[in-house]
Design a protein around this ligand. Structure first.
Ligand code: ARG
Length: 268
């Protein structure tokens, strides 16, 4: 899977000294491995596309920093979240960073890096819904249509308890599609992790959120996923450890995740 390209760097230095027009030319050749990394944008603050069409967000900057530390170049590919694990499993691509929860079930078919973000307050699940509703307990969910992004732990969690609590689950390829449906009334609520919930509620003032009670055993943190036995696991773990020690990861958390503290909780 690993693609190697040769990058030829030609540095031309023109040095003009004194009254003599002296020209110095320096040439150097470097080879950097290129690693294709999958992500799935539309998941602020982890990964999103800015107005110029560029990928930005916590995961993007973290991965670029890891790559720089590990001496590789990233080639990004933006895919549907639901295809990521299967794509790694099939060996189509070797690495993915997408706010992925390293669950035991996934760990059977892919490898994971060490966890790069794991504060409970940032990862607990929130239910988002219209601010003229108030769903604060699982019993409030009876009869509702609740959405989640296809292939996520949130989707799986909802499906596991839908019958017990009497709600219906609708899965879509992105959270923004679900938010659109909440506006037209075909879906009542959306389940997401709190950092993503904060972004969605801040961007949609007619929505509010509350902690999803049934979150206790869903707390895994976020990790980079790899094709099984990828040579990049150790390399990227070492780079991640360095970035954790030298404060780079903390600075990125500070830059992208500061809004975590302001997540709203619906009043009873
Ligand atoms: N943490 C959840 C999971 O691993 C959701 C991740 C969704 N990520 C995304 N880029 N849309 O299932």
């Amino acid at each position: 899977m690993k693609k190697i390209i040769l990058a030829f760097a030609l540095t031309v230095v023109l040095a003009l000294t004194g009254c003599d027009n002296t020209t110095a030319v320096t040439e150097s050749t470097t080879a950097t491995p290129v690693v294709t990394v999958m992500t799935s944008s539309g998941y602020a603050p982890y990964e999103m596309v800015d107005n110029d069409g560029d990928l930005i967000g916590f995961d993007i900057e973290l991965m670029e920093a890891i790559a720089a530390e590990a001496g590789v170049t990233i080639e990004w590919i933006d895919v549907d979240f639901s295809g990521i694990i299967a794509s790694l499993q099939a060996g189509q691509y070797e690495v993915a960073i997408a706010g992925i929860s390293p669950t035991p079930a996934r760990a059977e078919v892919v490898d994971f890096s060490n966890v790069y973000y794991n504060t409970e307050s940032g990862l607990i699940n929130y239910l988002i819904y219209s601010d003229d509703a108030s769903y604060t307990t699982l019993d409030d969910l009876d009869g509702l249509v609740i959405g989640a992004q296809l292939g996520t732990v949130q989707a799986e969690m909802l499906q596991g308890i839908a019958d017990e609590y009497g709600f219906t689950v609708e899965l879509r390829g992105s959270n923004s599609l679900i938010v659109e449906e909440m506006k037209i009334g075909t879906i009542d609520a959306l389940l997401v992790e709190s950092l993503a919930a904060t972004e969605i509620v801040n961007a949609n003032t007619d929505l509010t959120s509350s902690v999803f009670e049934y979150s206790a055993d869903s707390f895994y943190g976020n990790a980079i996923a790899f094709a099984k036995d990828s040579e990049y696991v150790d390399l990227f773990n070492q780079a991640l450890a360095t970035l954790q020690e030298n404060g780079t990861v903390a600075a990125l958390i500070d830059k992208w995740f500061t809004t975590a503290e302001t997540t709203t909780t619906a009043s009873e």
